[in-house]
Ligand binder design. Sequence first.
Ligand SMILES: *[C@@H]1O[C@H](CO)[C@@H](O)[C@H](O)[C@H]1NC(C)=O
Ligand SMILES: *[C@@H]1O[C@H](CO)[C@@H](O)[C@H](O)[C@H]1NC(C)=O
Ligand SMILES: *[C@@H]1O[C@H](CO)[C@@H](O)[C@H](O)[C@H]1NC(C)=O
Ligand SMILES: *[C@@H]1O[C@H](CO)[C@@H](O)[C@H](O)[C@H]1NC(C)=O
Ligand SMILES: *[C@@H]1O[C@H](CO)[C@@H](O)[C@H](O)[C@H]1NC(C)=O
Ligand SMILES: *[C@@H]1O[C@H](CO)[C@@H](O)[C@H](O)[C@H]1NC(C)=O
Length: 465
Amino acid sequence: MDELFMVLFLVLLTTASRVAGNMLDDKIFILGELEELDIAEENEVENFEIPSWTSESGGKVLVNVDSYGATGDGESDDTQAFRKAWDTACSTPKSVFLVPPGRRYLVNATSFKGPCADRIIIQIDGTIIAPDEPKNWDPNLPQLWLDFSKLKGVIFQGNGVIDGSGSKWWASSCKKNKTNPCREAPSALTIDSSSAVGVNGLTIQNSQQMHFVISRCDFVRVSQVQVSAPADSPNTDGIHISESTNVVLQDCKIGTGDDCISIVNASSAIKMKRIYCGPGHGISIGSLGKDNSTGIVTRVVLDTALLRETTNGVRIKTWQGGSGYVRGVRFENVMMEDVVNPIIIDQFYCDSSTVCPNETSAVQISQIMYRNISGTTRSQKAMTFACSDTVPCSNIVLSNINLERKDGTVETYCNSARGSGYGIVHPSADCLKSQDKDYVVTDHREIAELAEPTRNDDHIDHTEL
Ligand SMILES: *[C@@H]1O[C@H](CO)[C@@H](O)[C@H](O)[C@H]1NC(C)=O
Ligand SMILES: *[C@@H]1O[C@H](CO)[C@@H](O)[C@H](O)[C@H]1NC(C)=O
Ligand SMILES: *[C@@H]1O[C@H](CO)[C@@H](O)[C@H](O)[C@H]1NC(C)=O
Ligand SMILES: *[C@@H]1O[C@H](CO)[C@@H](O)[C@H](O)[C@H]1NC(C)=O
Ligand SMILES: *[C@@H]1O[C@H](CO)[C@@H](O)[C@H](O)[C@H]1NC(C)=O
Ligand SMILES: *[C@@H]1O[C@H](CO)[C@@H](O)[C@H](O)[C@H]1NC(C)=O
């Protein structure tokens, strides 16, 4: 009898300690996961022999839009010349579709469709401009201006400019004037349903709506792209990523009237590196979950960014009533200058003229790490974690945060958010911990070291959480 009791007791004891151990293991595991969350910057695109298209040695076939009748005077319609040149370039291996420098080409909404022959280069050195009158826009392409699709292994490059001539579209937007009907406007450059794509050096400006849309793509490398539009131009997102995987954006300078970068549904393994954002609404995941839809975004890293005078810094925004999840995100090495909401999770996002009622379902947000984020906030709420009462945010990790305000009053707002902090966290985010009811921590320092394995930062001597 005694023996049986003893065995039972031991079983209970080991089970209990394993449960407690697992909880802690989970925390450490998540920290490790977020720590190691990385998206390779190398891929086959960069291994392409980028021409030297001007030199004969590359064996490239130049397809110059001028040879197909484009005038580049900024007034004649060069659409047909572009379409004919595209047909030739697309069907010719190793061709370079060339928009030569020094001129302005007026081009209507056009779909540049693949699949094409191998290794096409789209070299844009001149300026491509859109007709500026919304009334004359092709009704068959309401959301597109320059639309490239079904390409595999293609490079867009050059010092050229893509200019959406968007001012009349902005003025007729329902966001600008409530008496206007709400209507979709075109995106300037769209790359759709493509893989192994490189985009290098272009400037995209004054888009009718979003500037550069990457949708349904895999393996995209974007570098040194500049985007600019006035701060008050409505819905002019800089780079918008949708249903895409393995996307790296680096060394981009973006200033617009909406999100500098927005990442929406069915996107994963997205890396942003060395990004300048301002003016604009910040760098966003979402919005997700509108009209009870499913939104899923995973594995996103932002490393090294400067946000200046933007309305948000790093943001996750979801609508009430949605489903799906955002999981595995790391925002790090970010400097904020006079940003209204530097760090924000908003599960009550509502970009409509009517009030959005609270629902019981929501896009679930978890495993979000913020590390080495400092600078100045314009509003008092330097950090906002506004999460759904029924679908709380969990595993929010803050490490070395220092956000200040001129008058010294800064605070963190939490609703239904759980997480932890390591190193300096200013303003303190106790509200995350107090809501983390099941969080078991035995040795804080051990976990802090896990979160900071490569750093020997002198400041990590006090833990505010
Ligand atoms: C193309 O652009 C020209 C010049 O702006 C315009 O007259 C014409 O109606 C446009 N065509 C289409 C199909 O959009
Ligand atoms: C808004 O649009 C209406 C109708 O198009 C126009 O009469 C009104 O002047 C506009 N208001 C502003 C502030 O632009
Ligand atoms: C989001 O993507 C998933 C597939 O990953 C799809 O099932 C769902 O319909 C998408 N939601 C929207 C709003 O498109
Ligand atoms: C979303 O779901 C809620 C609750 O079921 C429902 O009341 C609402 O009408 C739905 N909204 C839309 C846009 O389908
Ligand atoms: C923290 O981020 C800033 C701003 O991006 C960067 O300059 C600095 O090197 C980072 N510090 C560490 C310890 O990585
Ligand atoms: C929704 O819930 C949040 C958190 O409880 C609350 O702050 C907000 O006022 C609610 N919104 C509406 C429209 O009821």
